[in-house]
Design a protein around this ligand. Structure first.
Ligand SMILES: [Zn+2]
Ligand SMILES: [Zn+2]
Length: 371
């Protein structure tokens, strides 16, 4: 049994430690990969700062309670180094040592959500990454990662660079789930994306790809909106230029014949829900993706009497991971996905990257996991 390095959160909101931990055998049906790229998202930062504890309660039984020590990172791609028995990818093709893959989360397969409603992200026994004890190797900020059996493994096409493949495993797979919830986009429709972080930029890209007549985005800072414009946003509004919510709502109505957007994808904050609802046209669709940000919030009663379909996206099913990888593989000529990666840090500086994420000075940092 060889040792492998992992970055470990030993106390919330404190610097990380680098541990050498014996690498386990893969479980039957599972896989061990060498991590080629691990990217971080806001959830990693909120988990590290201790804020995610507040939502793991009886109303959210599908969220595990995170205890220290744990290895962060749930956006990971890598190359297979070990399997104990034949394992197949999501398309039924046998996998072999050296293949580059990402993995969905494993779920129990026998509960109400797994068996009856087919909403496996809500399974209380699913095994998420980036929140487990170092000995399990269930975090991306490490030289190696273990994937349990019952996961779906998605092969990465040769054209997709590791950091892009890693970033697709959280933000983009969630957006694929959102667009599945929204349903079809008609050619006359306007899609408004709120937020210009990785979720928002991926939402914009998928919205453009869906063929909407008009794609609007509101976010900050300027550098992210420049990416949005380069990717084809018809109009991008910087909230620094329009800090007043009423003015932003008026701006959206000006772009949409006074109605509001047909579809609003809110990737900004939970606290912007009411603003997002007012930006949605009567009878339109609002999908709430963002869950962080200021709370509590109040919604005026009269805003509910407008026939808006309100949706909420929680993580993603295996098929959305697959769709996300296919999207970055087939749309690289339309969208420079590498622009989402804002910086890179060695494994030993994972704590600095988490801190920078929490302070919003990074969009999506890459952790370079190999020496
Ligand atoms: Zn289940
Ligand atoms: Zn994430």
């Amino acid at each position: 049994m060889t040792d492998s390095k992992v970055a470990v959160v030993t106390a919330f909101n404190k610097p990380l430690e680098l541990w050498s931990v014996p690498l386990p055998e893969p479980e039957p049906g599972g896989i061990i990969i060498k991590v080629d790229a691990a990217t971080l998202c806001g959830t990693d930062a909120h988990r590290w700062s201790g804020k995610l504890h507040e939502v793991a309660n009886a109303d959210h039984p599908f969220l595990p309670t995170v205890t220290v020590p744990y290895v962060p990172g749930h956006e990971t791609c890598g190359s297979i180094v070990e399997m104990r028995e034949p394992v197949f990818d999501i398309e039924g093709r046998p996998l072999k040592v050296g293949d580059r893959i990402i993995s969905s989360y494993a779920h129990c397969g026998h509960c109400y959500y797994c068996r009856i409603t087919a909403q496996t992200t809500l399974c209380a026994e699913k095994q998420v990454y980036g929140a487990s004890a170092p000995q399990r190797f269930f975090g991306g900020c490490a030289e190696h990662h273990a994937f349990p059996a019952k996961c779906s493994f998605i092969r990465i096409p040769a054209s997709v660079p590791p950091p892009v493949a890693a970033s697709a495993t959280c933000a983009l797979r969630t957006i694929m789930h959102s667009y599945e919830q929204i349903g079809g986009i008609a050619p006359h429709e306007t899609i408004l994306t709120l937020g210009s972080g990785p979720l928002g930029l991926y939402a914009l890209a998928v919205g453009i790809d869906k063929g909407a007549q008009q794609n609007l985005i509101i976010g900050a800072p300027k550098a992210r909106l420049d990416v949005a414009r380069a990717w084809g946003a018809d109009a991008a509004l910087d909230i620094a230029d329009m800090p007043d919510a009423e003015a932003r709502i008026a701006w959206v109505r000006e772009q949409t014949g006074g109605r509001g957007a047909d579809v609003v994808v809110n990737c900004a904050t939970a606290g912007s829900f009411t603003e997002a609802l007012r930006m949605t046209r009567t009878g339109g669709k609002l999908v709430q993706v963002a869950v962080g940000g200021p709370a509590p919030m109040t919604v005026q009663q009269n805003l509910l009497f407008r026939g808006v379909q309100i949706l909420s996206t929680v993580m993603a099913e295996a098929r959305h991971f697959h769709q996300a990888i296919q999207f970055v593989a087939t749309r690289a000529d339309k969208f420079d996905f590498g622009k989402l990666i804002s910086n890179s840090y060695p494994l030993s500086r994972t704590g600095d990257a988490l801190k920078a994420m929490e302070e919003l000075t990074e969009v999506k940092p890459l952790i370079v996991t190999q020496p």
